[in-house]
Every structure is written in C-alpha cells, then in structure tokens.
Design a protein around this ligand. Structure first.
Ligand code: ZN
Length: 281
C-alpha cells in the first residue's frame, strides 16, 4: 500500500507534467470509483478545469482545480499514471482524464479500495482532521512528546493513527521503530524522552531516505511514470522475518498487533516495561 514516500514520489513525478494543464474531458469506465458525488456533478465540476497545482497530504494526492479539490486515495493498489494518449491501456483502468497537452492521466486500481473524491474549497476538507506532516516543522518534538505521553496504546498503533501523524503505514512504522530501537508493542506513554527523540529523528530520516529512493515496491506500487521504487532492498525489518538483523544478526521476528503484523529485531528492540510481553496479565 502506498504510504507517504510513495505518494510523495507520485506527486513529484506528475507535478511537472500536469500542473497548468486543462482537463478537456473525463472518460469514466468504472463509475463507482467516484466516491462522494454523482457522476454528472463530477463531470460538470472537472471538465474544462485547469490543474492549478498537485499536492500531497498524508497518503492522499490532491489536485487543485481552482474551485474544487480532486482528492485521490490510492489505498491498497491504486495508481495515477501519466500517459501519451495512444499508449495501450492497462487492465483495471477506471478513469481517464484527457488533458489539453495531448496526454492522459489515468486512474488504475487493481483492488478496488481506492477512489476519487471531489471537495469544494468552501467545504470542510477531510484532511483537516489529519495529524501533522512528519517532514514539516509542525511535527515538532514538543508535539510528539505531548501526544505520546497522553496516549493509551502501543507505539506501533500510535504511528499508524493518521490523526497523530499523517502518512505512516505498516512498512515505515516498522522501519522507524527499528531505527529508533523501540519495540512495537511498547506502551506509547512509557517511552522516555530520549526514546521519543530517537523515534522522532528516525521518522524523518527513514521517510526522507525512502523518498530519495522513490518509495518501496513489492508488487503494485509505481510512480506517476510507471517506474518502481527502489527502497524495498533497503528495508531492515519489514517482510524480513527470519533474515539476520543488519545490526546484530539476530533473525527478524514478527508479532500480531491490533490486527496488523509488526516486524522487529528482538535484540535491538527490547520489549521492556509497559510492553505486552512483560504485563502480568
Ligand atoms: Zn538486531
């Protein structure tokens, strides 16, 4: 599933190509991917509109159409691809935006979980409920310390909570916890000041590094030009169960946490106090 580094990479690959282009028309092959407005309304508000800007908030892509924001949730296996008009269409192509520069922007989704949302700029935009962007100043140490200190729950679950910090998913939450040397099942409020500091730094370093390597591809993720990311080979714990830890050679373990699999090194990331492993119950 695309997380912050993948969506950021898609944004960057598309920005120079689609910013300023006008959407001449939209070909809707599978209407259900337009999630929050009737199809006729969607067409009316998107046709003949210029793409003023493309942004990312958390894991969402946001096209600024002047009066409206077109918000794209890629979810499990959505793709937003820039193509020359004559390029063969991939299976699972659901929407095609015809641009006035002769190219097409295609929404492709192999799993049907993603979709497009249209929000008037006057409306309450849904991403106002998202937590701070982890690579921006708003994600400060003070903020992180304060919210983790007041949280009940495991640190891994906190990192996945988009209201606490936007953009992390299962891959990068595991990688950040490994880099910070913190067990995923630790209670968030049990983390000491230096641990929170290490985790804060790890989040910024891991995400920046993943963006520099254009994200992680296992099966479906590609950027806006159809290229795979290169970060998969740099992952230290995610999907590396049984392989030796890069630091200490202990085989990487996994554990189920709140319905998700967490990957970690049992030696570098001690369960410690407040974790499930040390609870009396
Ligand atoms: Zn280790």
């Amino acid at each position: 599933m695309p997380e912050l580094p993948e969506v950021e990479t898609i944004k960057r690959t598309l920005a120079g190509k689609i910013t300023g282009a006008k959407i001449k028309d939209v070909e809707i092959l599978t209407a259900k991917f337009i999630r929050n407005v009737p199809v006729a309304d969607f067409l009316e508000r998107v046709r003949d509109k210029r793409i003023v800007d493309i942004n990312r908030r958390g894991k969402r892509l946001i096209l600024d159409l002047g009066k409206d924001f077109l918000v794209i949730h890629l979810m499990m296996a959505g793709r937003l691809l820039y193509h020359a008009a004559g390029d063969p269409r991939a299976k699972h192509t659901h929407l095609v935006f015809w641009l006035d520069n002769g190219a097409e922007l295609r929404y492709v989704d192999l799993r049907h979980f993603g979709g497009l949302f249209l929000h008037g700029k006057e409306d309450d935009t849904p991403w106002t409920s998202l937590g701070p962007e982890p690579l921006e100043d708003e994600f400060s140490m003070d903020y992180f310390q304060r919210v983790l200190g007041s949280r009940r729950g495991k640190i891994k679950s906190c990192l996945l909570d988009q209201k606490l910090v936007a953009g992390l998913g299962n891959i990068y939450a595991d990688e950040c916890l490994f880099q910070a040397g913190i067990h995923p099942a630790r209670e968030a409020s049990s983390l000491g000041g230096t641990e929170v500091e290490r985790l804060h730094r790890a989040i910024r370093e891991v995400l920046s590094d993943a963006i520099a390597h254009r994200g992680t591809t296992f099966a479906t993720y590609v950027d806006g030009e159809g290229n795979k990311g290169e970060y998969a080979s740099m992952l230290k714990v995610y999907r590396r169960v049984g392989q030796p830890c890069a630091n200490c050679r202990t085989p990487i373990s996994k554990v189920r946490l709140a319905g998700r699999t967490a990957h970690f090194c049992g030696m570098c990331q001690k369960a410690g106090e407040g974790s499930a492993a040390h609870r009396a119950d």
